[in-house]
Design a protein around this ligand. Structure first.
Ligand SMILES: *Cc1c(COP(=O)(O)O)cnc(C)c1O
Length: 426
């Protein structure tokens, strides 16, 4: 091909792509500027979506391993022996932490929950239940609603007790011939309270049903929370009747996005998740999660993070989360007109206006004022959401001061939205 012909090809715009490519350095410079307007989680003023460890050495390690394994594909783990070894080590650490019999990696909490709902559905179908149902508290994560929607399982959401925890009596009353699985959260996202896992699992076991514990949020923090002397009611496979569990390494496991664990007590149940197809001209196709091509970076990041931190590192970060949470809780409770919703069991909670004091606080106006000062608190239906990370221990005093100011001023709300996720399309 002559130079003239190449020029003719590169000058044409095909599809929506730019007609000519942009040089890498120019793009990186532009991106650095553009990102300057994005949420600055390192400053400690973000409360969800990123779990800030405030640990530069860990961050450097994560950046290095992410780029080291950027192009590897874990679809066929036998082609990349290093990823296979890392995955095996992550899974054995997970099994040890939670007392699981079998474990698999997934891309996130939602995929772990999809897989657990699918195994529960297929287990029920194998036992003659044509249209299985799932019982959960209304505080259970929307991933259950989504999984049930995709997988044709009916989800029955039950009211909680006054303390915000799932109500075992409501579960007992709702169980019928179609029930496949009972779900408990450890803890639930909105209020940070742990459902009564022992009672719910016992109900399930007594009727030969499954019990899934959603520890996406708490899984990789609660063992250390307990070791730090906090009161944590039993919630994992050490509770009789718990048959499956989800726990996200990309939350309090502190790795970067794209990695979670889904676990089972028994091989028979886990078997429903494994997919094998041997009639393809391309060869035998087998997988243990819903992904085909699997990026190597999240596996390498999870392994590097867990191995670098070890128990000592998780305890150190857990201590910082505990200190930050204690500071936030004490601060909110000290402010006239505000109250903490329920009595959180972990590092996540909601606070809102306290109807029992003389002062009436407009919590949406408080949220606006906090936004103006750069604090990014998510707005829930009943108040504002706090999720503490290790790096928050540096900002507790500033937060409490700003919150007290905001609660004391009588602003009117601009009407911000209660949004957690979003749809992007064009
Ligand atoms: C985050 C979360 C999930 C979903 O996990 P993703 O990684 O966001 O898909 C499920 N349950 C709870 C309690 C969570 O906090």
């Amino acid at each position: 091909m002559t130079g003239d012909q190449t020029d003719a090809i590169s000058a044409a715009t095909i599809g929506g792509l730019p007609a000519t490519g942009r040089p890498a350095d120019e793009m990186l410079d532009a991106l650095r500027i553009e990102r300057g307007g994005d949420l600055d989680w390192r400053g400690g003023r973000a409360f969800s979506l990123v779990y800030n460890t405030d640990d530069p050495e860990l961050e450097r390690l994560q950046h290095e391993v992410a780029s080291m394994f950027l192009h590897e594909n874990a679809l066929n783990p036998f082609r990349y022996e290093t990823l296979l070894r890392m995955e095996g080590e992550i899974l054995s650490m997970a099994k040890g932490l939670f007392g699981a019999g079998h474990a698999a990696l997934s891309s996130g909490g939602t995929e772990s929950i999809f897989l657990a709902v699918q195994t529960a559905r297929d287990h029920a179908r194998a036992n003659g239940v044509a249209s299985p149902t799932l019982l959960c508290a209304e505080t259970a994560h929307p991933a259950f609603a989504k999984a049930c929607h995709y997988l044709d399982v009916e989800r029955i959401a039950l009211p909680t007790r006054d303390d915000g925890r799932a109500d075992p009596d409501a579960f007992a009353a709702a169980i019928d011939d179609r029930t496949a699985v009972l779900v408990a959260s450890a803890p639930c996202y909105p209020f940070g309270v742990i459902d009564p896992v022992t009672e719910i699992a016992a109900l399930a076991a007594g009727r030969g049903l499954l019990c899934h514990v959603d520890a996406c949020l708490g899984g990789y923090l609660l063992p250390f929370w307990a070791a730090l002397g906090q009161d944590v009611a039993p919630w994992d496979f050490r509770v009789d009747g718990v048959t499956s569990m989800s726990a996200d390494i990309h939350k309090y496991g502190y790795s970067y996005k794209g990695v979670s664990t889904v676990m089972y007590r028994d091989r028979d149940l886990y078997q429903h998740q494994i997919f094998m197809y041997d009639s393809w001209p391309g060869g035998l196709y087998a997988s243990s999660s819903s992904a085909g091509t699997r990026p190597g970076s999240p596996i390498a990041g999870a392994w590097a993070t867990m191995t670098h931190l070890g128990s000592e590192g998780y305890l150190r970060l857990g201590r910082r989360v505990l200190d930050a949470t204690t500071g936030f809780l004490e601060g909110v409770r000290s402010i006239d007109g505000l109250r903490v919703t329920s009595d959180p069991d972990m590092s996540v909670f909601e606070f809102g206006a306290d109807p029992d004091t003389g002062r009436s606080v407009d919590i949406d106006a408080v949220a606006d004022l906090m936004d103006d000062r750069g604090w990014n608190l998510d707005r829930q239906q009943g108040g504002l959401h706090v999720m503490s990370s290790p790096g928050h221990d540096r900002v507790v005093d500033a937060f409490v001061t700003d919150l007290a100011d905001a609660a004391a001023s009588h602003g009117t709300a601009r009407g911000g939205e209660h949004v957690y996720g979003g749809v992007v399309e064009s």
